[in-house]
Write a protein that binds this ligand. Structure first.
Ligand SMILES: NC(=O)c1ccc[n+]([C@@H]2O[C@H](COP(=O)([O-])OP(=O)(O)OC[C@H]3O[C@@H](n4cnc5c(N)ncnc54)[C@H](OP(=O)(O)O)[C@@H]3O)[C@@H](O)[C@H]2O)c1
Length: 321
């Protein structure tokens, strides 16, 4: 549904990328830099804790950004989320409410809130359309995170309705790429399997256990593609409903593990541990709304995995391991 909306971001606009050092934020930073935007602002959480309302408002008063992209969040994989639902709910709520309230109070021209595909019901019809939001039960393993993100989508809608803010929300599918969090067991599925398989290869382990049944179907998007999509969205999308960001294709966790084994060079046998959490059975986004704006992803999974492993090998001293 291309509404024909076109917005030109001035070349000298001050653009605050919250979470600029993370997987998504660093890719967004690179995408905007490559597009010629040189007035980008970022702060590490140690310098600016967005959970703190006073610090957040002081920062906005000082920097007065024209555009805001919210890629700051407490983020984790299925095991991290399942272990700490209260922290995921509370920290993310505080970060996004402070950031979006400040963006409204300081007259930010456009803001983009990044949610996540886990806002959708566990048994949503596939591929998942944006209008399936709030039509069914959530997946239990990450309900705290999902509720916080749904609240962000609703805050965007409310700010638009009450204050006329030209703010939008985007729901990326599972992301991966250079700069990802490779911690075990808190990370997302790609970096966690990659890191564990890297260790299994180094130890010469004859068998590698893929957690869960290996049957859940998932979609993955390279973070660089997300970065480019964020630029397109600020230029071309202006509606209260969230917009999905993905590639629209999925594969099983076992197929993914096989691809990672090829990239890592792990030659042992892959087995499953069905006693571990599987999460939602299938999660693939309907990306027709985004494609209608002329955007499509450019990095295939096989190339993206190679690129991610190369980064992992080259950053053993600085990566989140
Ligand atoms: N990764 C995915 O698969 C995925 C999928 C869908 C949506 N998303 C969304 O994309 C966004 C970014 O995720 P990501 O994967 O890039 O996560 P990430 O790599 O962990 O990065 C998150 C960033 O948020 C910052 N942050 C966390 N708590 C903060 C706080 N209290 N104050 C200020 N900054 C804080 C961190 O800054 P420091 O490094 O300085 O601490 C970090 O750089 C999130 O909104 C997430 O929901 C991610």
């Amino acid at each position: 549904m291309d509404t024909g909306y076109q917005h030109e971001i001035p070349a000298d606009a001050k653009i605050y990328i919250a979470g600029h050092a993370g997987l998504a934020g660093s890719a967004i930073w690179r995408a905007f830099s490559s597009a010629g935007y040189g007035n980008l602002v970022g702060r590490r959480s140690a310098e600016l804790d967005l959970r703190d309302r006073a610090q957040t408002f002081d920062f906005f008063a000082q920097e007065r950004p024209d555009y805001v992209i919210d890629a700051a969040a407490k983020v984790g994989g299925i095991f991290g989320n399942n272990a700490a639902p209260a922290d995921f709910l509370s920290e993310n709520l505080r970060i996004q409410v402070n950031l979006l309230d400040a963006a409204k109070d300081f007259g930010v021209t456009r803001a983009l809130f990044l949610g996540s595909s886990c806002i959708y019901p566990k048994f949503a019809a596939q591929p998942i359309r944006e209008d399936s939001l709030l039509t069914g039960e959530l997946e239990e393993s990450n309900f705290g995170y999902a509720i916080a993100k749904i609240t962000g989508v609703m805050q965007i809608k409310a700010l638009r309705q009450q204050y006329g803010c030209s703010f939008i929300s985007a729901m990326p599918t599972n992301l991966y790429g250079p700069g990802d969090n490779f911690t075990i067991p808190g990370a997302h599925v790609i970096p966690m399997i990659m890191h564990r398989m890297h260790l299994a290869k180094a130890e010469g382990a004859p068998e590698f256990t893929v957690y869960g049944t290996g049957t859940p179907l998932r979609e993955f998007l390279h973070a660089e593609d997300l970065g480019r999509a964020c630029l397109t969205l600020l230029q071309r999308y202006d509606a209260p409903e969230p917009i999905n960001v993905g590639c629209g294709e999925d594969l099983s966790i076992n197929e993914l593990a096989r691809m990672i084994a090829d990239v890592v060079g792990y030659e042992g046998k892959l087995v499953n541990d069905p006693s571990k959490l599987d999460g939602t059975p299938r999660k693939v986004l309907d990306v027709s709304r985004l494609r209608s704006l002329g955007w499509s992803p450019s990095i295939g999974l096989a190339d993206g995995l190679k690129d991610t492993y190369a980064w992992f090998l080259a950053h053993q001293d600085t990566a989140r391991l």
